[in-house]
Design a protein around this ligand. Structure first.
Ligand code: AMP
Ligand code: TRP
Length: 344
């Protein structure tokens, strides 16, 4: 019997304005998993181009996400960091999955509806098929665990449905090849910690997003200390002091968000944060948050800047990672071809 190994895969789009939500919801979690798992972290450039990207910015942003991974402490020697378009098997398996997933499944995807907006007729076909490519990213490595922010939960469920349907559609061929538990694992989402959904600093009902027109809505990973301080001081709050228990955060989304950010940055739970800060006015809590955010995020921004000064070094890391990723992906995709009856 061929056993599945525990393997982590995740990705971030190189679409600019990497922010605190990306860090706390995803990249910081990526770094934590290094000690317990074999990890593959991808800069998903093929996902980025589902909406228009200026080519020069795309290249810059791809290197910047890579720099963020490294600055956050991910070790590109022990694990794999690469950009998606260098490993052709992602797109090839995505085509298979275009033929596995049903139109009805994709029609339910809320991210497509949000991103396509009112002008759906004019959205790219790629934006619609995006979740199939995401399933391929994960499954071409037969990855078992996927750390993501809350907003990716539905896409992960779709990836599981695709894996399941593929396993069912080809169950005979898969068993003939000696796989007793199906060919693809059903990947598990890892959505953990106090900041799986960081909200905008200007509006507690909207998530912090790369595409928000207001730069004050987010803390960018490249922001300097003064900018971080300014954005936190200007963050929207309500007039009440902080409660002493998390129950008291109900109906106070801005307060809940700042407490969640504090918790995630300090490695504590929201309960613990309120135990020490309950009763504080926002003016003093914000000052503590500024100090904490500058202490934790400042060095990451500085390291990113340093890495970005040597693009040849970043490109070498991506090239080396891609070669190692291909070594895993190619045999998996070769099996898929065999299973489906595609002559190699
Ligand atoms: P993206 O920028 O869409 O490529 O997202 C990269 C990763 O960051 C994904 O795992 C997202 O779920 C996560 N993420 C994006 N925005 C947020 C946010 N506001 N709060 C928490 N996680 C987020
Ligand atoms: N869709 C994810 C996002 O927008 C990025 C992504 C692409 C991804 N492929 C992935 C995340 C595979 C996890 C696993 O954030």
């Amino acid at each position: 019997m061929i056993e599945l190994k525990q393997r982590v895969f995740s990705g971030v789009q190189p679409t600019g304005n990497l922010h605190l939500g990306n860090y706390l919801g995803a990249i910081a979690r990526f770094a934590e998993l290094q000690n317990s798992h074999e990890c593959i972290y991808c800069v998903v450039d093929l996902h980025a181009i589902t909406v228009w990207q200026d080519p020069a910015s795309l290249a810059h942003n791809t290197r910047e996400v890579t720099a963020a991974y490294i600055a956050a402490g991910i070790n590109p020697q022990d694990h794999i960091i690469f950009n998606q378009s260098q490993v052709a098997e992602h797109a090839e398996l995505a085509w298979m999955f275009n033929c596995t997933a049903r139109i009805g499944w994709l029609n339910r995807m809320t991210q497509f509806k949000e991103k396509a907006g009112k002008n759906r007729e004019n959205a790219s076909v790629g934006l619609y098929a995006y979740p199939n490519l995401m399933a391929a990213d994960i499954l071409v490595y037969r990855a078992t665990h996927v750390p993501v922010g809350e907003d990716q939960k539905q896409h992960l469920e779709l990836s599981r449905d695709i894996a399941q349907k593929f396993n069912n559609d080809f169950s005979e061929q898969i068993a003939d090849l000696g796989y007793n538990d199906g060919f693809f694992p059903l990947p598990e989402p890892l959505i953990t910690g106090p900041a799986t959904r960081v909200m905008s600093l200007r509006d507690g009902s909207k998530k912090m997003s790369k595409s928000d027109p207001s730069d004050l809505s987010r803390i960018n990973l490249t922001d300097d200390a003064d900018t971080i301080a300014k954005k936190i001081r200007k963050a929207k709050t309500d007039p009440e002091p902080l409660p002493s228990e998390t129950d008291g955060l109900k109906g106070r989304p801005e307060a809940e968000n700042l407490v969640g950010i504090f918790a995630a940055l300090s490695g504590a739970s929201a309960d613990e944060v309120l135990r020490t800060h309950g009763g504080a006015q926002f003016s003093s809590f914000k000052q503590d948050l500024v100090n904490l955010a500058v202490e934790k995020m400042g060095p990451i921004g500085a390291e990113m800047q340093k890495l970005m000064d040597d693009t040849a070094h970043i490109d070498a890391i991506l090239g080396d990672g891609a070669a190692r990723a291909r070594e895993i992906a190619a045999p998996v995709y070769a099996e898929v071809k065999k299973i489906a009856g595609l002559i190699a």
